[in-house]
Design a protein around this ligand. Structure first.
Ligand code: NAD
Length: 476
């Protein structure tokens, strides 16, 4: 279903994020018929560039990042015609009058701030001063949303001077993933899971976001941030919220976000012995070399045990881990159910327990491990088998060719649906929980444990679960 006609301005329209994600994503929506032909995209950035050069830049980006099959020349030509460019200086006066003149009446207006957060205030102020944004306009802001509670509050206050909370779309692209939304469908669209979704039946939950890449070209930014700020405060926190939250009364932006906020507020402070920090290091490859800071104490890996202090989750730990240069690229949530209270089978190994795995990448899908009888004449021997549901297999390749998180979220912005965007108070609550943890490390000058690149992280992370007689789902 096509969305309403829109004018979308991308500040930072020549940047890396625009090139790799936003513009190719918009083209895929156009190709699918979801972006109406009257829609317009205006790139706005610092470089002096004419419209023809910008169109050539976007054509290259689309050709590079969208599958060949979709780069059908006629549709791509039509898409390219929807593009314009204006050179603006976020901190100066140049280009703003021109941008004001380009915006049309009677269409949805959206402004994507794909620039560093230090420019958010300048852009917001100019959008108002030059009467570019009206009361219905939407702004989209990227991570990082603050560096700690104080800076996140300041950023929220800056945006609030010019925009109402209902106009602000804070992107966490994890929320745009098909499986993440499916997690809500599975939990609240079935009778099967929700009655068991609590401390009485769930032994523990694991959330893993592991990357195989190192810090790459972002060393400078990453070293000032680290895994806790870059991944846990936002992405893992969002996954934790959707897994742990109470059923909202309806699938409406504030109903969902109210429930997520309650989870964050119920998080207990984490004791130092429940956290392991790591830094990848071997004789050939080292975090310290990658970030060009031989004394860095920043973590490229973190694993922790987290408790949610409420009725539903009392006594059920959530184990979180994320890191760079790990063995496998995987994002998944594993819900491990308890073992049956009494076994009636003599040969039962006692190992059987149901496990629901929600995979965000690769191969978005879910699988549920169930215990069955091993087929054959060997008596009542039990084995665990997966009831696998990889979307590509279950729904056919075409249906599983799901939109990328960014394109889905941008269409939600145009539709005016904030459900999958973080509210200001959520972001602040998440920082309020992470700040004391990070401040504790800094005060103690806590040294991250070294781990071999391409491994599962420091040994201490394995011990964190062994101590509780549990283990991480294996990375392959
Ligand atoms: P980038 O450095 O590649 O691009 C920055 C863009 O901002 C350029 O188009 C530049 O012209 C424009 N710009 C800079 N200063 C300006 C000014 N004074 N006036 C007008 N335009 C100006 O950055 P990026 O990687 O595209 O990232 C953009 C934002 O998105 C950052 O906040 C980043 O943290 C965030 N982000 C990026 C990624 C990613 O994968 N690249 C992922 C998540 C979040």
């Amino acid at each position: 279903i096509p969305v309403d006609p829109f004018d979308l301005v991308i500040f930072g329209g020549t940047g890396d994020l625009a090139r790799r994600k936003i513009l190719p994503g918009l083209y895929r929506r156009f190709w699918d018929g979801q972006m109406p032909p009257e829609a317009r995209i205006i790139g706005a950035a610092r470089s002096e560039m004419d419209e023809a050069s910008y169109r050539a830049f976007v054509r290259d980006a689309v050709t590079e990042f969208v599958s060949k099959r979709k780069c059908d020349s006629e549709l791509l030509d039509q898409f390219i015609e929807r593009l314009s460019y204006v050179a603006v200086d976020a901190r100066g006066e140049d280009g703003w009058e021109q941008l004001a003149g380009m915006m049309r009446d009677g269409v949805v207006k959206a402004y994507y701030f794909s620039v560093g957060p230090s420019l958010f205030g300048d852009i917001a102020e100019r959008l108002h001063r030059f009467k570019i944004a009206d009361d219905d306009a939407r702004i989209v802001v990227e991570k990082p949303f603050g560096h700690n509670l104080e800076t996140a509050r300041a950023l929220n206050a800056t945006l609030a001077r010019h925009f109402d909370e209902t106009q602000i779309y804070r992107i966490d692209h994890y929320l745009g993933k098909e499986t993440v939304q499916n997690l809500m469908a599975v939990r609240f669209g079935n009778m099967l899971f929700e009655p068991l979704w609590n401390a009485q039946y769930v032994d523990h939950i694991q959330i893993t976001v592991a990357e195989t890449v190192g810090v790459g070209g972002r060393g400078d930014y990453y070293d000032r941030s680290g895994a806790m700020r870059d991944m846990v405060q936002n992405h893992l926190m969002q996954l934790l919220c959707l897994t742990a939250m109470e059923p909202p009364s309806k699938f409406d932006p504030d109903a969902v976000r109210d429930e997520k906020l309650k989870v964050i507020r119920a998080l207990e402070p984490v004791e130092p012995h429940d956290i392991v920090r790591g830094q990848y290091r071997s004789k050939d490859e080292s975090y310290l070399v990658d970030v060009e800071n031989k004394d860095s104490l920043t973590e490229s890996f973190v694993a922790m045990k987290v408790h949610i202090a409420n009725w539903r989750w009392n006594g059920t730990p959530f184990y979180l881990r994320t890191g760079k240069r790990m063995k496998e690229r995987v994002s998944e949530i594993v819900v491990r159910f308890k073992e049956p209270p009494h076994s009636i089978f003599e040969e039962d190994t006692g190992q059987s327990a149901n496990e629901l795995t929600i995979r965000l990448q690769p191969n978005e899908g879910m699988d549920l491990t169930v215990t069955i009888k091993e087929p054959g004449p060997g008596g009542m021997r039990l084995i665990d088998v997966p009831l696998d549901m990889t979307f590509a297999e279950a729904l056919g390749e075409e249906a599983a060719d799901v939109p990328d998180a960014y394109e889905r979220l941008i269409m939600d912005v145009i539709r005016g649906n904030q459900t999958l965007f973080m509210r200001g108070d959520e972001v602040e609550a998440a920082w309020a929980w992470t700040d004391p943890i990070i401040n504790g490390w800094e005060a103690r000058e806590d040294k991250p444990k070294p781990y071999e690149p391409g491994s599962t992280g420091p040994e201490e992370a394995l011990i964190l679960l062994h101590k509780d007689e549990r283990r991480w789902r294996e990375l392959r």
